[in-house]
Design a protein around this ligand. Structure first.
Ligand code: SF4
Length: 331
C-alpha cells in the first residue's frame, strides 16, 4: 500500500512537472485493487489537493477527485469526507444478482452483489450522488439490457460508465462474430436511449459532434495518450498507464529517472500515441475522423507495438463511433 510520504514525494514531482502548463483541467482518480483499503491515504491526498487548489497551484481550475470502488468498505463517515472534499464515487456494478457475482467474487468465491447493493443503498440514504462503473464481458452482455431496466426501477443513480472487458480480445471474439457483438451492443445502448440515459464513454464522442457540429478527429482514447497522465505507484515509481501497472516495467521510472517530463523519451512515446501518428489509422481507416485509436496498452500487448491498432479496440471503437453518429444525427 502507498504511504503518505511516497504520495507526497511523487505528487510534488507531478506538480513541479505541470507547473509550466496550468491551462487545462486536472482530475485525480483513485482505484484499485480496492482503494478504500487505504482510506487514510485517500483522505490525505484529497486534503493535499484541496490545499494546493487554495494556493492557486492549478491555475483557474478546480481539480476533480474521483474514486472507483467496490463499495464494501464504505461507511457514513467516509461518505461525509467525500462530501467535504467534493470527491465523487463510482461503484463497480456488473449487473443484478448472479450476473454481477459471475464476474466479481470475494477471495473465498462468494459473490459481492449483496455488499455492492448495501453500499449503493447507503449512498442513496446519505443522498450522495454516485455512478456505476459497469464492466461488459462475455458473461453479462446478454443480460445488461434487462439489468438496465432493473437499475432504472430500483436505484436512483442514472450515471453509467461501461468498460469493455478485454477477454473479448481477438480475433476470434470467443464465439461472437463482429456482427453479433455490434447487435448485442446496440441492444444495450438502445435500452439506455429508451430510458433517456447517456453512457459516459459514448457521451465523449457525442459531445464532440453536438458541440462542434463537425467530424473532427478525437485523438484521446485516455488521459495517458496525448493528454498526459501520471500514474503513481506505491513503490515510488511513476508511469503513464495504469493498465500496465503489473506487466510493463519499462514505463515505470523514479522522478529522478524521468527528470524533465517534456524530454523523457518514454513519456513522449505515450504522448504521441494518437491516431494522427498511427499509420494504419490515417492511411487505411474510414473511422479515423472520429476514433481515438483504442487502448495503447492492449495494442502493445497484442501486436508488440503500441502504434499499431489492436483488433479488439478497433471493433469497440467502430461501434462507439457508429452509435454516436446514430444518436447524434439519426435518432
Ligand atoms: S478503428 Fe482501429 S484502425 Fe480505425 S482509426 Fe480506430 S484504431 Fe485506427
Amino acid at each position: 500500500m502507498m504511504s503518505k510520504e511516497v504520495f507526497d514525494r511523487e505528487h510534488e514531482f507531478v506538480m513541479k512537472s505541470i507547473a509550466h502548463d496550468v491551462s487545462s483541467p486536472f482530475a485525480y482518480i483513485f482505484y484499485g485493487g480496492e482503494p478504500l483499503l487505504n482510506k487514510p491515504l485517500l483522505l490525505h491526498a484529497a486534503q493535499t489537493v484541496r490545499m494546493l487548489e487554495k494556493q492557486g497551484r492549478y491555475g483557474k481550475f478546480k481539480p476533480q477527485l474521483a474514486i472507483v470502488t467496490n463499495g464494501s468498505l464504505l461507511d457514513k463517515e467516509f461518505i461525509e469526507a467525500c462530501r467535504e472534499y467534493n470527491m465523487s464515487l463510482g461503484i463497480s456494478f456488473d449487473g443484478v444478482g448472479r450476473t454481477h457475482d459471475s464476474q466479481r467474487v470475494w477471495r473465498g468465491g462468494k459473490g459481492t452483489f449483496k455488499d455492492v447493493l448495501r453500499s449503493i443503498r447507503l449512498l442513496e440514504k446519505e443522498e450522495f450522488n454516485h455512478g456505476l462503473s459497469w464492466t461488459v464481458g462475455p458473461k453479462n452482455i446478454d443480460s445488461i439490457p434487462r439489468d438496465i431496466g432493473w437499475v432504472v426501477r430500483n436505484l436512483r443513480t442514472r450515471n453509467i460508465f461501461f468498460n469493455f472487458m478485454s477477454s473479448y480480445a481477438g480475433p476470434p471474439y470467443g464465439d461472437l462474430s463482429e456482427k453479433d457483438l455490434f447487435r448485442k451492443l446496440h441492444k444495450i445502448y438502445d435500452t439506455l436511449y429508451k430510458y433517456g440515459l447517456r453512457e459516459g464513454r459514448l457521451a465523449r464522442y457525442q459531445m464532440l459532434g453536438k458541440k462542434k457540429k463537425t467530424l473532427s478527429p478525437y485523438p484521446f482514447y485516455c488521459a495517458a495518450v496525448g493528454g498526459g497522465q501520471f500514474v503513481l505507484r506505491p513503490d515510488g515509481r511513476i508511469g503513464m498507464c495504469q493498465a500496465g501497472l503489473m506487466n510493463d516495467e519499462e514505463q515505470w521510472e523514479t522522478p529522478e529517472e524521468i527528470g524533465r517530463v517534456l524530454e523523457d523519451p518514454e513519456r513522449l512515446r505515450w504522448l504521441a500515441r494518437t491516431p494522427v501518428f498511427m499509420k494504419k489509422c490515417y492511411l487505411e481507416c474510414p473511422y479515423f475522423a472520429r476514433c481515438p485509436g483504442g487502448c495503447a496498452d492492449r495494442a502493445e500487448k497484442k501486436t508488440g507495438n503500441m502504434y499499431e491498432p489492436c483488433s479488439f479496440d478497433c471493433v469497440i471503437e467502430k461501434f462507439l463511433v457508429e452509435r454516436a453518429l446514430i444518436e447524434d444525427y439519426i435518432l
